[in-house]
Design a binder for this molecule. Sequence first.
Ligand SMILES: NC(=O)C1=CN([C@@H]2O[C@H](COP(=O)(O)OP(=O)(O)OC[C@H]3O[C@@H](n4cnc5c(N)ncnc54)[C@H](O)[C@@H]3O)[C@@H](O)[C@H]2O)C=CC1
Ligand SMILES: CCCCCC(=O)/C=C/C=C\C/C=C\C/C=C\CCCC(=O)O
Length: 272
Amino acid sequence: MNLSGKRVFLTGGARGIGRGISEALLSKGAMVMFCDINPGTGKQTEEELQKQYSSDSVSFIKADVADSQQLKAAFEAAVTKFGAVDIHINNAGILDQRIWERMFAVNAIGTIRGCQIALEHMRRDKGGHGGVIMNVVSMGGLGSSYWFPAYTASKHAVIGFVNSWAESPYQPQHGVRWGCVCPVSVDTEMLNMEENQIYDLSENQKHTATHKVQISDVVDAFMKLVQDENSNGALMEVSRENNGVYCRRQLVYMNNVSPPCFMDNLPFPGQT
Ligand SMILES: NC(=O)C1=CN([C@@H]2O[C@H](COP(=O)(O)OP(=O)(O)OC[C@H]3O[C@@H](n4cnc5c(N)ncnc54)[C@H](O)[C@@H]3O)[C@@H](O)[C@H]2O)C=CC1
Ligand SMILES: CCCCCC(=O)/C=C/C=C\C/C=C\C/C=C\CCCC(=O)O
């Protein structure tokens, strides 16, 4: 997929992985509108990116993805500005076991609602132009973690939702392809946690120090997936397994869903 001129809406883009993805898309000639709950950082990022690219190509709008009206209004602002949205990216997320219901509202409900809003807009069988819906999930969504059970569950919910749409027999009529990047811990502000935000924090911090990846690793994986026209329903793990490169696995095998494949010919851990 040629990203030049593509119209993108992304959630949680003020900093971290979301900002990294926006910058990579802008560098390929895409136009990006991003929302965030934090207006200060959002505005600052908007200014910096507008200086680097152009004021027409990137803009910020304040929205809380857990609020259905705010999320819908922000997405519609992107449609009004660009004429349509070709690529929708659910990235906003939080990690705090102390407010687990709020975490579900942001990570699971906010993401699923984002998918639904974008799908309605993009579906060819409903007059749309087709498109791509990408999700920044987590390696926690592929397995389990005693450090943060509710966070893990919120990410599993997204994968279940996304793969169910990706394997729909009507997916070709929808003309929308789906993908998830699933990183291990990433070197962002999210790792600066307080006691009780997750269980066993000090043990986790020791573990994270040797396992974390960089934003650029996640962006690299995202860019491969978003540009691959043959990819639908991919869950791309981003981790330091296999000497620091990432591998890609696809868990859905039905008609019209890309076949399983391994990137860089590396086996997925546990497979030979
Ligand atoms: N940092 C990590 O170790 C990992 C992060 N992830 C996921 O990546 C995504 C991005 O996380 P990071 O960049 O690391 O975090 P971050 O905390 O650096 O950035 C998240 C951004 O989302 C915004 N945000 C939070 N709640 C929001 C809401 N309700 N509405 C709109 N915007 C909101 C924040 O203001 C912030 O700008 C999240 O979904 C996270 O779960 C996945 C795997 C590992
Ligand atoms: C395996 C769960 C990864 C979850 C990543 C995530 O979404 C948020 C991470 C936040 C803090 C870091 C916590 C734990 C991850 C640390 C190491 C996991 C190592 C797994 C492995 O590669 O064996």
